[in-house]
Design a protein around this ligand. Structure first.
Ligand code: ADP
Ligand code: TRP
Length: 323
């Protein structure tokens, strides 16, 4: 049985880099594995002390966005991390087999310190909570972005160490799944699209705001009549995400022919973007009107997750001598 698990930080409005870099593969994965587990990592968010109301809103927003993008609660167990408190108990037990040195070497921790963050213990032990997230559900495969690779290595170290100490295969050692053939989606300035660079185009932006962002994409200064190179153009790179090979060839020919300005290309991109996300936008409008339905999905997911968690926690408790 192949169990795939991933956690999502509720850290803001989703952009098209997130969609093509992460969400679409999570949605695809649910079709291809035996069991898919997806949760919103709200305990992890506490490490950076968000405002309580903001955190609540963001969790609701992420749930709404993921369900709109195709996460199917029939195929995936979808829940809030904090609705399964067993993860904190497992974390404590794992803390007691985790060397401080292992955590001191974590890049994410070192980066935050280098930026002058006064770290709390939650930030320091963030990878142990992540290990507990994964090991509690005996996940085999964990799709994550490249930045999370080291956290997966720490999880593997912890699981191996625990199993060795207890001389039994109690915890499942997971494999990371890092999609390497996903292109880095460029932002409006041509750098990697990222909320830290203020160059994003949101998936569910109001159409007016999205159009404004698309119209602000940086290009070279070739005049309307000049032929243009689609292969070095940010607009074209984004257009490719939303179009068929035939549509791409058609737009590329217009670029090369001249008398086709970047304004025209941006308009084509805007239309393709709107068409691509139209069904997801529609679903989002429908779901947005039913917050109690989303809540029910998350509660039902938590019920299923708790059942798995109780069973594995029981084995761990027994192994360490708590009972
Ligand atoms: P941001 O850089 O905006 O803060 P996150 O770090 O929260 O984005 O990324 C969440 C997920 O989306 C990760 O799996 C990451 O790999 C993916 N992702 C983010 N930006 C891009 C991008 N420009 N291209 C491809 N994937 C991306
Ligand atoms: N740390 C991950 C991130 O920032 C989110 C996360 C928390 C996670 N727990 C997890 C991802 C378990 C995969 C598995 O993106």
């Amino acid at each position: 049985m192949k169990r795939v698990l991933t956690g999502i930080q509720p850290s803001g409005t989703l952009h098209i880099g997130n969609y093509f870099g992460a969400i679409s593969s999570i949605v695809k994965m649910q079709q291809e594995c035996d069991e898919s587990i997806v949760f919103i990592a709200d305990f992890h968010s506490l490490t950076v002390s968000p405002k309580p109301d903001e955190l609540r809103e963001r969790v609701k927003g992420v749930a709404l966005d993921f369900l709109s993008c195709g996460l199917d609660p029939e195929k995936s167990i979808f829940f809030r991390q904090s609705d399964v408190p067993a993860v904190c108990e497992l974390m404590w037990i794992l803390n007691c087999v985790t060397g401080v040195g292992l955590l001191e070497r974590a890049h994410s921790y070192k980066d935050k310190i280098a930026k002058g963050f006064a770290p709390n213990n939650g930030l320091f032990s963030y990878p142990v909570l992540m290990a507990a997230d994964i090991l509690l559900y005996h996940a085999n495969l964990v799709p994550v972005g490249k930045d999370q690779k080291q956290h997966l290595e720490i999880t593997r170290d912890i699981a191996i160490r625990f199993n060795q100490e207890h001389n039994a295969e109690i915890l499942t050692v997971p494999e990371p799944y890092i999609e390497t053939n996903v292109a880095v989606i460029p932002g409006t300035d041509g750098q990697k699209m990222s909320k830290s660079y203020n160059n994003t185009i949101e998936i569910f932006a109001d159409p007016k705001a999205a159009r404004k962002k698309i119209m602000s994409i940086q290009t070279d200064s070739k005049g309307l009549e000049e032929p243009k190179d689609p292969d070095t153009c940010n607009i074209f790179a984004l257009y490719k995400l939303f179009s068929t090979p035939e549509q791409q060839a058609e737009l590329a020919a217009k670029y090369r022919a001249g008398n086709f300005g970047y304004g025209h290309a941006k308009q084509a991109l805007f239309e393709a973007y709107m068409d691509f996300f139209a069904p997801m936008r529609q679903r989002r409008e429908e779901l947005k009107a039913k917050p109690e339905y989303i809540e029910e999905i998350l509660r039902n997911g938590a019920k299923r997750a708790n059942a798995i968690a109780q069973e594995s926690l029981e084995q761990v408790r027994k192994a360490v001598g708590l009972r």
